[in-house]
Design a protein around this ligand. Structure first.
Ligand SMILES: Nc1ncnc2c1ncn2[C@@H]1O[C@H](COP(=O)(O)OP(=O)(O)OP(=O)(O)O)[C@@H](O)[C@H]1O
Ligand SMILES: O=c1[nH]c(=O)c2[nH+]cn([C@@H]3O[C@H](COP(=O)(O)O)[C@@H](O)[C@H]3O)c2[nH]1
Ligand SMILES: NC(=O)CC[C@H](N)C(=O)O
Ligand SMILES: [Mg+2]
Length: 567
C-alpha cells in the first residue's frame, strides 16, 4: 500500500514525517468504484447550473499549477482531437466527473513542491487508478506525494537539453528517437524516485528526466507542450491515445451535435437572448442556440457608438442574408458615450462598457417577457485573461467586457457554449455550420470596440478621426491581400500631439499608431512585418485624408510584453 500526501506542508510540520496522510484504496476497495459511479451518473445527467461546455463523452483533465504553458498543453491535446479542460489544481471531483476523464495531466508551475503551502494535486487522481502525466512541477509533485524526494538542483536548467531514452520499450516513447532535443525550465529536481518508479530517460543535468511506474503514472522534467520540444506532440499523443485510450473523435462535428443537445437540456422551455456582435464567436453561438431551441431565441445587436465606420449597417445586412433569426437592433450610442465621458482609466472604461451592455440586454429582456438566459460568444482566452488564470497562480491582465467586466448583480443566467474553445476551433465550427466566409474569417473586434483604441478620454471627435484612419488601414491591408494572414490590423488614436508642416502651414495634430499582429489564439502575438511600401501608403493616406492627424507610427511590440490592444 502506498501512502501519499495531498495537503500542502505548513511551517510547523516536520518534512520527513508528514502528519496528514491519506491512504490509497487498494484494488477492490469501494472508494474507487464510487468515483467511477459518480462519473457515470454525471455523464448521463449533467450538473445543474453548469455552463454548457460542449464537453465530449471522454476527456483529459489538466490541473493547472500556474505554468505559463498550461494553456498550450490544452491546445496540444485538442489538436489530437481529444477533448480536454484545464482546471484549477484544487478542483473537487464533483466538478469534473461529468467530463468522464480518461487520464490526468499535472502542469508545471512556479512553486517548489517542498515549500510550505505549495499547491498539491487532489487525492482522487491517484485513487482513480487512471493514467497520470506530470510535467515539470507536476513530475516533482507526483514524486513528493508518492513518497520520493525533490530538492533544489545543483544547476538550474533553462532552455535546450538533449534527452536520452533509457527505456526504449516504454509506451510513452513510441516513435521517439533515442536522443533528441527537449526544452527545460526548472531549478528543482527529483533526487529519489517514489517506490515502484523507474527512470526512463535522462539529460546531462537531470539523471531522472522521465519516470514511470506500472500503474501508468509518468513524470517528465521537460515540457512536451512547447514547440521547442520537437517530439513533444508525439509523446503527448502516446499518452493520450495510447496509454489513456482516448478515441481521438473530438471534432467540430461532434461539438455541434453535443452542444445542441446540451443547450436544449439546459434551456428547456426558457427564453434566450443572444448578444450578437457581427463577430464569428457570437454568430456561432446564435446559430447553435437557434438549432437547439428555435424561436425561443431572440438576438440583440447593439450599436454602442464604438463601432467602426459603416459597421452597424454591414453587420445587419450580413445577419439578414445569412442568419434566419429574430434580430433586434438597438442604437445605444448616446448612452454609452455619455457613460464614458471623462473616463480615462482603461479598466474603468472596460467595466463601464461591460455594465452598460448588460443593462441594455436586461431592459430588452424585460420587453420580451420573461427571459432566462443571456448567450454570449465568450471564448477560452477571454476567460483566462480576465480571471487571474484558471487557478489562483497568475495575474489578471485586463477585464474583457464579457467576463471580468460583467456586473455582480445580473438578472440573466449566462449561456456560453463556446467558452472552452480557442478561436481556430471556433472557426472550424463556423465552417462546419456553413456560416459565410466573411463571418468566419473576420478579424476579431473587441466588444468595447474603439473605446480601447482611443487613448485617454473617448470623445466623438477622436472617434471620428480613429474611424477614418482605421478605414484606411483596413482598406489597404485588404488591397494588399494580407487581411486573412493577420490576426488583427487596426489603428489607435493617442493624445500625443506633435508639430508638423503641411502646405507651408504649421500643424499641431494627433498621433495615430498602426497595429498589425500575427497570432494563433491571441495569447501570444508578434508584430507583423508589413512591407514598407504598404506602411508608407497607409501613413501617407492617413495624414493627407484625416483632418487632425499629422503623424503615424507603427507599433513593433510583440505580446508579451505588450498586449494586442493598447488598453
Ligand atoms: N455590439 C455588440 N452587440 C451585442 N453583443 C456584443 C457586441 N459586442 C460584443 N458583444 C458580445 O460580447 C461577446 C464577446 O465579444 P468578442 O469580440 O470577444 O466576440 P465576437 O464579437 O463574437 O467575435 P470576434 O472575436 O470575432 O469579434 C460577443 O460574442 C457578443 O456576445
Ligand atoms: O470581446 C472582447 N472584449 C474585450 O473586452 C476585449 N479585450 C481584448 N479583446 C480582444 O482579445 C484579444 C487579446 O487582446 P489583448 O492582447 O489586448 O488582451 C484581441 O483579439 C483583442 O481584440 C477583447 N475582446
Ligand atoms: N517549470 C516548472 O514547472 C518549474 C518547477 C519548479 N518550480 C522548478 O523550478 O523546478
Ligand atoms: Mg467582437
Amino acid at each position: 500500500m502506498v501512502i501519499f500526501n495531498t495537503t500542502p506542508m505548513t511551517e510547523k510540520r516536520d518534512e520527513t514525517t508528514p502528519s496528514e496522510t491519506l491512504r490509497v484504496a487498494t484494488s477492490g476497495d469501494i472508494e474507487v468504484a464510487t468515483y467511477l459511479e459518480i462519473a457515470k451518473q454525471a455523464i448521463e445527467k449533467p450538473a445543474k447550473g453548469e455552463a454548457v461546455s460542449g464537453a465530449s463523452r471522454e476527456s483529459i483533465v489538466i490541473f493547472d499549477f500556474g505554468s505559463q504553458y498550461s494553456l498550450l498543453i490544452a491546445r496540444r491535446i485538442r489538436e489530437l482531437n481529444v477533448y480536454c479542460e484545464l482546471v484549477s489544481h484544487d478542483t473537487p471531483w464533483e466538478k469534473i466527473a461529468h467530463l468522464n476523464p480518461k487520464g490526468f495531466i499535472l502542469s508545471g508551475g512556479p512553486a517548489s513542491v517542498y515549500t510550505p503551502g505549495a499547491p498539491m494535486a487532489p487525492a482522487y487522481i491517484y485513487e482513480s487508478k487512471l493514467p497520470i502525466l506530470g510535467i515539470c512541477y507536476g513530475m516533482q509533485l507526483i514524486t513528493q506525494q508518492l513518497g520520493g524526494i525533490v530538492a533544489r538542483g545543483q544547476a538550474r536548467e533553462y532552455g535546450h537539453a538533449i534527452l536520452h531514452l533509457s527505456d526504449l520499450k516504454s509506451p510513452l516513447f513510441k516513435e521517439i528517437p533515442e536522443s533528441s532535443a527537449a526544452w527545460m525550465s526548472h531549478g528543482d529536481r527529483v533526487e529519489q524516485l517514489p517506490q515502484g518508479f523507474r527512470s526512463l530517460a535522462y539529460t546531462e543535468n537531470s539523471p531522472l528526466a522521465v519516470m514511470g511506474n506500472d500503474a501508468n503514472i509518468f513524470g517528465l522534467q521537460f515540457h512536451p507542450e512547447v514547440a521547442h520540444t520537437p517530439f513533444g506532440k508525439t509523446l503527448l499523443k502516446n499518452f493520450v491515445t495510447g496509454i489513456c485510450g482516448c478515441q481521438a473523435t473530438w471534432t467540430p462535428g461532434h461539438f455541434i451535435s453535443e452542444s445542441i443537445e446540451s443547450i436544449r437540456n439546459q434551456v428547456g422551455k426558457g427564453k434566450v437572448i443572444a448578444a450578437l456582435s457581427g463577430g464569428v464567436d457570437s454568430a456561432i453561438v446564435a446559430t447553435l442556440i437557434h438549432k437547439a431551441v428555435g424561436d425561443q431565441l431572440t438576438c440583440i445587436f447593439v450599436n454602442n457608438g464604438l463601432l467602426r465606420r459603416e459597421e452597424a449597417e454591414r453587420t445587419l445586412k450580413v445577419f439578414e442574408q445569412n442568419l434566419g433569426m429574430k434580430i433586434i437592433f438597438i442604437d445605444a450610442t448616446d448612452r454609452f458615450l455619455d457613460r464614458l465621458a471623462g473616463v480615462i482609466d482603461p479598466e474603468q472604461k472596460r467595466k463601464a462598457i461591460g455594465v452598460e451592455f448588460i443593462r441594455v440586454f436586461e431592459e430588452e429582456a424585460l420587453k420580451l417577457g420573461k427571459v432566462d438566459f443571456l448567450a454570449q460568444g465568450t471564448l477560452y482566452p477571454d476567460v483566462i485573461e480576465s480571471v487571474s488564470s484558471v487557478s489562483s497562480a497568475s495575474a489578471k491582465i485586463k477585464s474583457h467586457h464579457n467576463v471580468g467586466g460583467l456586473p455582480a448583480n445580473m438578472a440573466l443566467k449566462l449561456l456560453e457554449p463556446v467558452r472552452y474553445l480557442f478561436k481556430d476551433e471556433v472557426r472550424q465550427v463556423g465552417v462546419e455550420l456553413g456560416l459565410p466566409e466573411e463571418m468566419v474569417w473576420r478579424q476579431p473586434f473587441p466588444g468595447p470596440g474603439l473605446a480601447i483604441r482611443v487613448i485617454g478620454e473617448v470623445t466623438r471627435e477622436k472617434l471620428e478621426m480613429l474611424r477614418a484612419s482605421d478605414w484606411i488601414v483596413m482598406h489597404e491591408i485588404k488591397k494588399a491581400g494580407l487581411y486573412r494572414q493577420l490576426w488583427q490590423s487596426f489603428a489607435i488614436i493617442t493624445d500625443v500631439r506633435s508639430v508638423g508642416v503641411m502646405g507651408d502651414f504649421r500643424t499641431y495634430g494627433h498621433l495615430v499608431a498602426i497595429r498589425a499582429v500575427t497570432s494563433d489564439d491571441a495569447m501570444t502575438a508578434d508584430w507583423a512585418r508589413l512591407p514598407y511600401d504598404l506602411l508608407a501608403r497607409i501613413s501617407n493616406r492617413i495624414v493627407n485624408e484625416v483632418a487632425g492627424v499629422n503623424r503615424v507610427v507603427y507599433d513593433i511590440t510583440s505580446k508579451p510584453p505588450g498586449t494586442i490592444e493598447w488598453e
